[in-house]
Design a protein around this ligand. Structure first.
Ligand SMILES: NC(=O)c1ccc[n+]([C@@H]2O[C@H](COP(=O)([O-])OP(=O)(O)OC[C@H]3O[C@@H](n4cnc5c(N)ncnc54)[C@H](OP(=O)(O)O)[C@@H]3O)[C@@H](O)[C@H]2O)c1
Length: 320
């Protein structure tokens, strides 16, 4: 029987349980995909840990909050096994990337046809299954603060899933990229086109040294007090500071907040429009998906414990 991983209660990763379920059937406007890899994202454990920020009622579905206990797995890649009667352009056997979707921590997932993109042949399964949530978020963040050629942009949390995408996308636009990370990740950031800077006390001065020309824009993927303070100190225009997460006082700071919380910009259209470009870049080798660790599906709890530890460079991925 196919398996699915679900939380059986709110709590720690130990509430994750593997259950056997029938193979799902395609509705008229959906396809069924046999999952080969599913990306793990912090939103997954935030949803059942009970510590996730309040989610706007109108945006609950796109944030994955669809049931009394949340479903897990908002992205994956796999092989189409059934095609709904109203779906065109997709065939059984196609290798696809699926985002957004729900319940991708599974052997099979049902996905709306609008969430399916062809997987480039040269892209590995773990990379394909973990490209789009972070990629579209990074594209949205850079869009929100209008990063362009000639800008100097500061990216907090540059070695995380979103950060590594944003580093590469900003560098590809011709921006000068300063990215914060633990020192062990600095070589990776340099390789991807950024000037790495260690976070921690003295960060503002280290960024000034790395960018004597000044900082035009900042994006916070770390969500720390320090990242907010340093962004406010170094970037003159608050419309060019964007945050995905962090302390409540960022609301009063007058910066851009993106995501699914009340009053935040979900960026649905920007994110949807970014998907094809991200797949093209990853397929052509100009955008690298850095996969840190691949776990068997049944070890989802271990993957979440690794994610909660907070320092994996790149993506954690589940493989059925
Ligand atoms: N609003 C949205 O739409 C949206 C979408 C995606 C993600 N998010 C949120 O954005 C955040 C980042 O997501 P992600 O997928 O990139 O997470 P991730 O892959 O777990 O990356 C987190 C990174 O934070 C860095 N970090 C840890 N402590 C730090 C500190 N004190 N200062 C600076 N950096 C620090 C780590 O870097 P080192 O290993 O180098 O220490 C790590 O690589 C999460 O909170 C996630 O929930 C929001």
């Amino acid at each position: 029987m196919p398996r699915i991983v679900r939380p059986t209660a709110y709590g720690t990763p130990d509430v994750l349980t593997v259950t056997e379920v029938p193979v799902p059937r395609a509705a008229a406007d959906t396809v069924v995909v046999e999952v080969r890899a599913a990306g793990v994202n912090p939103v997954d454990w935030k949803l059942y840990s009970g510590t996730f920020h309040a989610v706007d009622e109108d945006l609950k579905e796109s944030a994955g909050v669809t049931a009394s206990l949340p479903s897990l797995g908002l992205e994956c890649a796999g092989v189409v096994t059934e095609v709904g009667s109203e779906v065109s352009g997709v065939r059984v056997g196609d290798e696809v990337i699926v985002f957004p979707v729900t319940e991708a921590y599974a052997d099979y997932v049902t996905a709306p046809a609008s969430s399916i993109l062809p997987k480039p042949a040269g892209l590995g399964w773990p990379e394909a299954g973990s490209l789009l949530l972070t990629g579209t978020t990074a594209a949205h963040a850079l869009h929100a603060v209008a990063v362009d050629a000639g800008d100097t942009v500061l990216l907090h949390g540059g070695s995380g899933g979103v950060g590594l995408m944003a580093v590469q996308l900003a560098a590809a636009r011709g921006a000068t990229v300063i990215a914060t990370a633990a020192p062990r990740n600095h070589a990776l950031l340099t390789e991807l086109g950024a000037t790495p800077v260690a976070y921690g006390p003295g960060l503002a001065d280290r960024v000034r040294t790395a960018a004597p020309q000044g900082v035009d824009a900042a994006a916070d993927f770390a969500g720390t007090e320090e990242a907010l303070d340093v962004s406010l100190e170094l970037v003159a225009d608050r419309n060019r500071i964007v945050s995905l997460t962090g302390p409540d006082r960022r609301v009063e700071a007058g910066i851009k907040l993106i995501g699914y919380g009340p009053g935040q910009d979900a960026g649905t259209e920007v994110r949807a429009a970014a998907r094809a470009d991200l797949v093209h870049r990853a397929g052509s080798g100009t955008l690298r998906v850095v996969v840190d660790t691949v776990f068997p599906l049944a070890e989802a709890a271990q993957a979440h414990k690794a994610g909660l530890a907070g320092h994996a460079p790149g993506k954690l991925v589940l493989v059925p």
